[in-house]
Design a protein around this ligand. Structure first.
Ligand code: NAD
Ligand code: ZN
Ligand code: ZN
Length: 337
């Protein structure tokens, strides 16, 4: 099968023929039709994080397609079913986190396109228990981004605990952020969208953001203070430390900052302000299988819709270059025949 492979960190991905994965007990083989390109895939290809991915690696954790075959013991899915393979590739099912509905914290989890091969390929295998069915009315291209960008931001907004009618700020209107703001609107929140590029903010306006702020031209913290007196929640999905610091300072008393973007950096937090303002700072990592079902349901009902640009698998290196330079609006989705 054809796949895009990371052989070494910081090197271009190689488009090459590799063997189709062999199924083990409980697994399904998916003929991939589309796979979104997440900034996490770029972090993986660069070896950015303290925990490194396997090498060589086939990235991709927004892979969706049709089940080609099922391994022994699979009863919940059949050949021909339309499914997607998310970042949470598998978890142990037995630890305190798995047992308490917090499986994304499982210390024995595997991650698609990171610790195991993912969706930048013609085929990808996965445990039947962790793939999710694609709603009938959604195309593979449009649903792919829901498998990471969608579920991650939907979950982050739940964690932010902002009530309908209250204000949330989304820092970074990229692949995740442009979907985050749609979930926020669908959940009844008022939205401030912050980015450093005007085209991203124009998209945010079209998608329903109530206020847009270009952090390159004005201080978003002051602008938010003046406009709404601070937000009840802020979600940072940008990849720069500055955005996180600003997001923290945008939050009003009693509010929360949800940390989602993953620059390999630190966020210095003033102790005095955090204590006196009663601010919560919380990390949020993708979402559980239940979160994913809910996130997919929003998409199936037309309440959120990823803005996508489709490209063939061979273009992945150019797409990564554009991502580094912030030249992607919405999500790029790789299509496979
Ligand atoms: P992206 O490149 O599509 O979007 C990043 C956006 O941030 C861009 O629009 C960029 O213009 C904007 N930005 C840059 N500097 C900014 C600043 N100072 N202020 C405001 N905006 C700024 O990336 P993506 O695919 O949306 O991923 C974003 C991050 O989220 C990555 O680090 C990725 O690894 C991480 N991520 C985390 C999770 C999780 O579960 N926590 C899941 C998926 C992705
Ligand atoms: Zn992702
Ligand atoms: Zn577990």
């Amino acid at each position: 099968m054809k796949a895009a492979v990371v052989n070494q960190f910081h090197e271009k991905l190689e488009i090459k023929e590799v063997p189709i994965p062999e199924l083990e007990h409980g697994e399904v083989l998916v003929k991939i039709k589309a796979c979104g390109v997440c900034h996490t895939d770029l972090h993986a290809a660069h070896g950015d994080w303290p925990v490194k991915p396997k090498l060589p690696l086939i990235p991709g954790h927004e892979g969706v397609g049709v089940i080609e075959s099922v391994g022994p013991g699979v009863t919940s899915l059949k050949v021909g079913d339309r499914v997607g393979i998310p970042w949470l590739y598998s978890a142990c099912g037995e630890c305190e986190y798995c047992l308490s509905g917090r499986e994304t914290l499982c210390q024995s989890q595997q991650n698609a396109g990171y610790s195991v091969d993912g969706g930048y390929a013609e085929y990808c295998k996965a445990p039947a228990a962790y793939v999710a069915k694609v709603p009938d009315n959604l195309s593979f291209e449009e649903v792919a981004p829901i498998f990471c960008a969608g579920v991650t931001t939907y979950k982050a907004l739940k964690v932010a605990n902002v009530a309908p009618g209250e204000w949330v700020a989304i820092y970074g209107i990229g692949g995740l952020g442009h979907i985050a703001l749609q979930y926020a609107k669908a959940m009844g929140m008022n939205v401030v969208a912050v980015d450093i590029q005007d085209d991203k903010l124009e998209l945010a306006k079209e998608l329903g953001a109530d206020i847009t702020i270009n952090g390159r031209n004005v201080d978003p913290v002051e602008a938010i203070e003046q406009a709404v007196g601070g937000v009840h929640g802020a979600v940072s999905v940008a990849v720069t430390k500055k955005a996180f610091e600003q997001a923290y300072r945008s939050v009003r008393r009693g509010g929360s900052l949800v940390v989602v973007g993953l620059p390999n950096d630190e966020l210095p937090i003033p102790i005095f302000d955090t204590v006196l303002n009663g601010v919560t700072v919380k990390g949020s990592i993708v979402g559980t299988r239940k979160d994913l079902q809910e996130a997919l349901d929003f998409a199936a009902r037309g309440k959120v819709k990823a803005i996508i640009e489709t490209q063939p698998l061979d273009k992945i290196n150019e797409i990564f270059d554009r991502m580094v330079n912030g030249q992607i609006n919405g999500r790029v989705v790789l299509t496979l025949e």
